[in-house]
Write a new protein. Structure first.
Length: 300
């Protein structure tokens, strides 16, 4: 079987692991830099081209960077138009990258999350702070990733100042309640094809409320509760993701979803859990292609 991994970084741990597993399982695998792809959109025979040739593959595993969502999802849509199976559909990737839309979809289906508010006008700052229960509270840039653009405001005055500063920069932000009992830790559940295949507990360093591994956090294997497993699987399904990392806080009133990631990294989760997550992904793709699964129908 031919597998194309859409990635701009062939040397990254996640990409290398999937290439390694695919080759071990006797597949032809190619890392395709989607930012260098061209697309023949109007032809009756849609194509994705790279370096002057058509990319021919049976399945695609998208690893689309957050800063490349627009073009990356366009390339995935083109493969869908070619009836190529994609591990994550383009629409699902786009939903997960729009943090506000993702939270609205999850909330509408009853998924627990921190109390979250958003406002456009600086005159509404006080109301937004009140809606999430006052300080301390968390302020998040909608375009931020890996903990960048996430600020803990410990007082009402600090919250007003940070929100006002972001708004002066015309930045879109979310304001969320601070879950003190989480203690600077969160849980990531890795979902493949409607099942949690691995999980880890991430803990931020001393004095840091963000648990991102890129910011010096540590990770150990986590044993999930049935409610946490159900929440992770439901969250991925609501957004339409077949491969997802679901980040949750452990609160006094159950798991609260912070984010659903459509291109979750493999290094932290494999190291902490001891699970060969790359193999789970490749096996999933194999099964879908062998069953004759094609791409999802493209919608607007």
């Amino acid at each position: 079987m031919r597998i194309a991994i859409l990635s701009r970084y062939p040397g990254s741990y996640s990409t290398r692991r999937m290439v390694e597993v695919a080759k071990r399982r006797d597949h032809e695998v190619e890392v395709v830099d989607y930012s260098r792809c061209t697309m023949n959109i109007t032809s009756r025979r849609p194509e994705v081209r790279l370096s002057g040739r058509t990319v021919e593959t049976d399945a695609v595993i998208p690893r689309i960077g957050a800063s490349q969502t627009f073009y990356g999802t366009a390339v995935v849509r083109q493969f869908e138009a070619m009836d190529v199976f994609t591990a994550n559909p383009s629409q699902a990737i786009a939903r997960s990258r729009d943090k506000l839309r993702a939270l609205q979809l999850l909330a509408a289906r009853g998924i627990g999350m921190p109390v979250t508010s958003i406002a456009r006008n600086p005159e509404d700052i006080a109301e937004v702070i009140e809606q999430v229960g006052g300080a301390p509270l968390v302020i998040k840039l909608l375009e931020g990733t890996q903990g960048i653009g996430v600020v803990l405001a410990e007082t009402h005055k600090a919250a007003e100042s940070v929100i006002a500063a972001f708004r002066q920069l015309d930045a879109n932000i979310l304001v969320q309640e601070f879950i003190k009992e989480a203690g600077g830790a969160d849980v990531r559940a890795f979902v493949v094809d409607g099942k949690v295949v691995a999980s880890m507990l991430r803990q931020g360093p001393e004095g840091e409320f963000r648990s991102n591994l890129h910011r010096g956090g540590s990770a150990v294997q986590a044993k999930l509760t049935p409610e946490e497993r159900s929440t992770a699987v439901r969250s991925a399904k609501i957004l339409g993701l077949r491969v997802a990392g679901v980040d949750m806080l452990r609160s006094n009133h159950g798991p609260l979803v912070m984010e659903v990631n459509s291109s979750p990294g493999l290094q932290g989760i494999e190291t902490a859990s001891g699970v060969d997550v790359a193999e789970r992904i490749i096996r999933f793709v194999e099964e879908q292609v062998l069953q004759g699964r094609k791409s999802d129908r493209i919608e607007g």
